[in-house]
Design a protein around this ligand. Structure first.
Ligand code: 5GP
Length: 200
């Protein structure tokens, strides 16, 4: 990574995209990140086992529980949460490096983590972090999408749906809520929101 030089570029911005598993956060975000070199997605650490095709260091850093807890204790995570019986957290050091180098960083996380970020950056002297919530049109549609994805067992799916129900009650404190019903419409609204929030 090139060394940061604040005289040649402004610091990047942090932005959060949250919402239930299966609502379409990645579907909306990944194409945008792919086409914008100045925008990167943070790679989280998790204790969840990799799905077929997932690679360590790409979708996640796959770690065991002891390693994750050591990361918590060492203050290495910007936020972390337990979701569907697994730990997930955002490593702080790469984010700081990206921001200092002028790259904006998106966190694609669940709602407890988003809440921690909001609390952490809403203190005096910090810039508030914009928060986007991606919602499914309904819990029924979400259940169908998750089932169709075939990445979880029925028991795991039930945990995700229970979490989704709780997450959908939290939309009130987000800056933007996008209902991902028609994908093309949601994509356009998402890109507009990202552009506006990253410029602000
Ligand atoms: P999945 O197991 O489907 O990859 O992720 C489950 C949920 O955890 C998703 O809502 C995902 O956005 C969220 N998640 C992924 N990484 C993190 C993280 O670092 N922190 C938090 N709080 N949630 C995360």
């Amino acid at each position: 990574m090139p060394p940061s030089d604040p005289t040649t570029h402004p610091r990047g911005k942090l932005i959060v995209v949250a919402g239930p598993s299966g609502a379409g956060k990645g579907t909306l975000l990944d194409p945008l990140v792919a086409e914008r070199p100045g925008l990167v997605k943070s790679v989280s650490a998790t204790t969840r086992p990799p799905r077929p095709g997932e690679e360590d260091g790409v979708q996640y850093f796959f770690v065991d529980e002891a390693t994750f807890k050591a990361m918590i204790d060492g203050g290495e995570l910007l936020e972390w949460a337990v979701f569907a019986d697994h730990y997930y957290g955002t490593p702080l050091a790469p984010i700081e490096a990206h921001l200092a180098a002028g790259r904006s960083v998106v966190l694609e996380i669940e709602v407890q983590g988003a809440r921690q970020i909001k609390a952490r950056f809403n203190k005096a002297g910090s810039d508030p972090v914009p928060m986007i919530f991606i919602a499914p049109p309904s819990l029924e549609v979400l259940a169908n999408r998750l089932r169709h994805r075939q990445t979880e067992t029925e028991a795991e799916l039930a945990k995700r749906l229970k979490a989704a129900e709780a997450e959908l009650k939290e939309t009130g404190w987000f800056d933007v809520v996008i209902v991902n019903d028609d994908l093309d419409t949601a994509r356009k609204t998402f890109i507009d929101a990202m552009d506006r929030l990253l410029k602000a």
